[in-house]
Write a protein that binds this ligand. Structure first.
Ligand code: GLC
Length: 804
């Protein structure tokens, strides 16, 4: 079933059937003020921190309520509905709606009973409040009197969890006030005198939240949730709407809300404009903000235009036109946008991540950065610096980097205080090794080799150049080797469900280390550090030979060794005998020779591929899990226990593409692409425009259903798999190599790319219908010796033609 379509020109996904199989959401705002909104207006808002700055309440895992509701009531017929289909949920034969999720804004249109409404939800650029701009038009041929009511449900406590569970406290710190055109909620309002006296008490700051109505005179107001809804009523039939009257009551204890009404008398064809404003604003700030929106019909379109310009300009830095409309929608808009969301929000806030993770996961964020380097390299560099400053001076990464991270002054997993505060008991084996592909991509995209000499503090103490930081990451792995001489698995490697421990060993980390040594050697050569380059070359050769010897098993690479020395992932094991990541990483790291690469990729296709993507391993753990195989706690076919782990799709795509297997790379790409599943939403369930963490594998009765929307490393990994892999855009330190691995059926494709301040217009022609390889490359009319473009040969504008 299909519930909507991609409007590529507007960069919007348009939901035409509102009864989607799950809430399909969008992100608004920035870390100053963030908001999540579903196609039925469900969702929440927060200032600065999803964990401790919650403003609008949302009840998780409970059918997408409450939300940013706007009710419309016809005062003659007394019929009422909502501007989003839910919460009133009118019969869809009479209620027509459209939800357009765009780049950081969402529009809801509805047509019911001769009245059309359009609500634009957004957070203005660089602002810390949200706007619900409403236009209501009378499409009938008689005069209509309507009451429009906006409803915002505040949390009592800015900490989401406290709001939900600590009711003997949180219910008694809240109260609301009405003033002219807005409701103010005060949290700890009684502390105003104490704070003024300068006394020390916990939470002495009074918290303020605003809900305002601009553009029309307020005809009714209510600041108390129970009065608005009415006991034994719900969001679908609130008393404040059904009766046509808000009772003016304020909250003092229990639950606050903001509800504000305006009465509109509309002639046929007439439109009225108003706007609801939400934010964490004190009295003066609220008055000023309300004044700004006095004429919403003038202000809101301008703010929307600025928002669109900001987003669309960033995305323009890389655009493709391939024969696959779905791939175009994803790479040009939705996957890119998804990458910015993971880059910005990490795993902090979605409808699944409830906001309690108050920091960046080291590996997650370092990987997330990769997804935006080609679009916003300097923004990426800022985050790389930040993550380098969260590397401990022993080379390991802090498993969780707090949002309040203070470089040079942080505790580490070696300190009980860090463990207590973050819940992360030990280092993970892979964290800092992700820096290599990420830093390399930044250097290659920008050519900014001076970055290597920038001095950046360590998390705990001391400082070093970026180049030295990278060397320490290698040292960390070399100082944590297991009995066979491979990197120890420690508390986890990429796979959170593998506890291999200090005496167990991980092949995945071994492959990461191979790649790290290869990159560091290249950087040493670049810097003229001959001694280091020589040492790294020897380490690379020796270590590669060791890994090859230890990890090859018949037609696959194993997953590692347990603390007891058992081998995981041998062909003959009863469970978990074939793992995806070691195969893709054997190729990505450059370890597997071409014969072995062909073998393992074939093994993967035979043993792990499905119509919805490639499973993480097979068969799932059930009766033969070793002590550290935590994946066994999950149902079979789910998550790390043989689910189709979406992030890993990007790596197998990249591996196939590096081997020139365009057909297979693209078929894997399609299988797990959200846009490709637009027509089977009843199976996928998740949004068809963003990635999820995993899809249920063939061992699940719900094969094909996807979960954990938006905030997943899949976004960046897929971006890299598609752009570097399939489309073959492979910058290196001195230029750009073009090596597409595409479906042989394609006639070609074009791309526009910004690269080191220059514009590239790239045409790939495929007259012989090859899946990889090239016969010629022309740069501005001149033939190049191979498929490489040295950066110094580029003009401001460049016409590039690659013939396959
Ligand atoms: C989740 C985690 C990520 C981990 C992956 C595999 O996506 O966020 O850190 O690598 O699961 O376990």
């Amino acid at each position: 079933m299909q519930y909507g379509y991609f409007d590529d020109k507007e960069r919007e996904y348009v939901i035409t059937c509102p009864d989607t199989p799950a809430p399909w959401v969008n992100y608004l705002g920035s870390p100053e003020y963030g908001a999540i909104i579903s196609n039925n207006a469900g969702g929440y808002s927060f200032a600065k921190s999803g964990a401790n700055g919650r403003i609008l309440r949302y009840v998780f895992n409970q059918f997408d309520e409450p939300g940013r509701y706007i009710y419309i009531r016809d005062n003659l017929s007394k019929d009422y509905w909502s501007a989003s289909w839910q919460p009133v949920g009118k019969n869809l034969t009479r209620y027509k709606s459209e939800c357009r999720h765009g780049m950081a804004y969402t529009k809801m249109r509805a047509l019911y009973a001769g009245i059309s409404s359009e609500v634009l939800y957004y957070v203005p650029l660089d602002a810390a409040h949200e706007v619900w701009a409403v236009a209501v038009r009378n499409d009938s041929d008689v005069v209509r009197e309507l009451t429009v009511t906006g409803y915002a449900e505040f949390t009592n406590n800015p900490n989401y969890e406290q709001d939900q569970v600590n009711l003997q406290y949180s219910q008694f710190i809240t109260r609301t006030e009405f003033e002219n055109d807005h409701i103010l909620q005060l949290i700890h309002g009684n502390l105003d005198a104490v704070a003024a006296n300068g006394k020390e008490v916990d939470n002495k700051d009074v918290g303020y939240r605003l809900f305002g109505l601009a553009g029309q005179r307020v005809s009714g107001y209510c600041g108390n949730k129970e009065s608005f809804l009415g006991r034994y009523h719900g969001y679908g039939d609130p008393q404040g709407v059904t009766t046509g009257k808000l009772d003016g009551s304020m909250n003092y204890n229990e639950n606050a809300c903001g509800a504000l009404s305006a009465v509109l008398v509309l002639n046929p064809g007439e439109t009225a404009h108003l706007a609801f404003i939400v934010g964490a604003k004190n009295r003066e700030e609220s008055r000023a903000l309300m004044a700004r929106y006095a004429d919403p019909a003038a202000v809101c379109p301008e703010e929307l235009a600025a928002l669109k310009a900001h987003w669309h300009t960033r995305l323009e830095n890389f655009q493709i036109h391939t024969p696959s409309a779905e791939m175009n929608s994803m790479i040009n808009t939705w996957n890119a946008y998804n990458c910015f969301m993971t880059f910005t929000w990490s795993r902090a806030a979605s409808l699944i991540y409830c906001g309690l993770r108050n920091g960046y996961g080291y590996r997650d964020t370092v990987q997330d950065i990769q997804g935006v380097i080609h679009l916003a390299p300097e923004q990426a560099a800022e985050k790389i610096r930040f993550m380098l400053s969260a590397q401990v001076d022993n080379g390991g990464g802090l498993p969780l980097v707090k949002f309040t991270h203070n470089p040079g002054h942080e505790d580490t997993p070696d300190d009980p205080s860090y463990v207590q505060e973050t819940g992360h008991p030990a280092y993970r084996a892979d964290d800092a090794l992700w820096l290599f592909p990420t830093v390399y991509k930044y250097l290659a995209e920008t050519g900014n080799l001076a970055f290597l000499d920038e001095v950046i503090p360590y998390a705990n103490k001391g400082a070093a150049t970026v180049y030295e930081h990278l060397q320490r990451a290698i040292d960390f792995s070399l100082e944590h080797l297991g009995p066979h001489g491979m990197p120890a698995g420690l508390y986890a490697d990429w796979n959170d469900c593998l506890r291999l421990g200090a005496e167990g060993e991980s092949s995945f980390v071994a492959f990461q280390l191979v790649l790290a040594l290869r990159i560091q050697k290249q950087l040493a050569e670049e810097k003229g550090d001959a001694a280091a380059a020589e040492k790294l070359a020897k380490q690379l050769a020796d270590f590669s030979a060791l890994v090859e010897k230890l990890c090859w098993n018949e037609d696959r690479y194993i997953r590692g060794f347990t603390e007891k020395g058992e081998v995981i992932g041998r062909r003959t094991d009863p469970e978990a005998n074939l793992w995806l990541n070691p195969q893709s990483w054997a190729v990505i790291s450059g370890l597997a020779d071409s014969e072995k690469a062909e073998t393992i990729l074939h093994t993967v296709q035979e043993g792990l591929n499905t119509e919805y993507g490639v499973m993480l391993m097979q068969p799932p753990y059930h009766a033969h899990a070793f002590d550290g195989a935590l994946a066994v706690i999950y149902n079979a076919g789910v998550k790390e226990n043989a689910g189709i782990f979406s992030q890993s799709q990007g790596w197998i795509i990249l591996a196939e593409a590096l081997c020139g297997h365009g057909n297979r790379a693209f078929s894997y790409y399609k299988a797990n692409s959200p846009a490709e599943q637009n027509g089977c939403a009843e199976i996928r369930k998740l949004e068809p425009y963003c990635y999820g963490q995993f899809t249920e594998g063939k061992d699940s009765p719900h094969f094909g259903r996807s979960h954990v929307h938006w905030l997943t490393g899949t976004a960046s990994t897929m971006m890299v798999g598609a752009v570097e892999g399939i489309l073959g855009v492979r910058p290196d330190l001195h230029g750009l190599r073009l090596s597409p691995s595409i479906p042989a059926a394609w006639d070609g494709f074009t791309m526009e790319k910004s690269f080191r301040g220059k514009k590239l217009h790239i045409t790939v022609q495929n007259p012989a219908h090859k899946e990889s390889g090239f016969t010629s490359l022309m740069l501005n009319g001149a033939a190049m010796p191979d498929n490489y473009i040295p950066a110094d040969k580029l003009a401001a504008e460049n016409e590039i033609v690659l013939t396959m």
